[in-house]
Design a protein around this ligand. Structure first.
Ligand code: HQG
Length: 183
């Protein structure tokens, strides 16, 4: 239908407008991050990236990290996590596994072990339940370091965790005492 290269290009553009800058193409997100599919398609086309409803569905279905989700009636679409703008994803708090992983890069380690894991520009700290995924996340930033997060202990002590529709674990902040480095 479309090349892999085109698929990735559209996915990146959707991440930009559904997570960070809807105003770049003149769409708005509701308080839960949803936007109307027909309007999105119209505005993405107007901005110079050619997509049809079938192409959009293909990009959503084949996305390696399932970054986007349609509403049940298929009229709305949103990013499942990763936003920098102020929306409420509405995920219910959930008990995490005993251990979760966070992939980061070496230059950040000193600062992380001073202040803990911070959400930075995003809404939450992003954690993975498997080591491999965390490794891939960390590699985006440089020489990868995977940290172990004592999520079970945090949960017992009252910290809230959420899991996104695409299985990313989310929390507000991970204090240093729940982090382990030497994996
Ligand atoms: C680091 C991608 C210094 C943190 C991925 C990370 C993920 C600190 C960076 C999702 C720090 C933020 C999220 C501190 C945290 N001092 N550095 N105190 N606390 N950091 O990209 O977790 O492809 O915002 O370790 O796959 O890397 O977008 O977060 O290195 O799921 O769908 O600050 O984004 O998904 O970087 O990645 P990011 P992330 P998508």
């Amino acid at each position: 239908m479309i090349s892999e290269k085109q698929n990735i290009k559209i996915s990146k553009f959707l991440s930009l407008v559904l997570r960070h800058k809807p105003e770049a193409i003149g769409i708005t997100l509701d308080e839960n991050g949803w936007t109307n599919v027909d309007i999105l398609i119209e505005k993405v086309n107007a901005a110079g990236t050619f997509i049809t409803p079938a192409v959009l569905k293909h990009v959503v279905d084949t996305n390696s990290k399932k970054r986007f989700a349609f509403s049940d009636d298929l009229k709305m679409i949103r990013a499942s996590q990763g936003h920098s703008i102020d929306i409420e994803l509405g995920y219910e708090p959930k008990e995490p596994p005993a251990i979760l992983y966070h992939g980061t890069a070496e230059p950040f380690i000193e600062s992380i072990f001073k202040t803990g894991l911070e959400k930075r520009k995003r809404h939450h700290v992003h954690l993975s339940k498997d080591f491999e995924t965390a490794t891939k996340v960390g590699q985006r930033h440089g020489k990868v370091i995977v940290l172990e997060v004592l999520s079970g202990e945090m949960h017992n002590e009252g910290f809230e965790f959420f899991v996104s529709e695409n299985n990313v674990w989310l929390t507000d902040h991970v204090p240093v005492k729940y982090l382990r480095k030497n994996l």
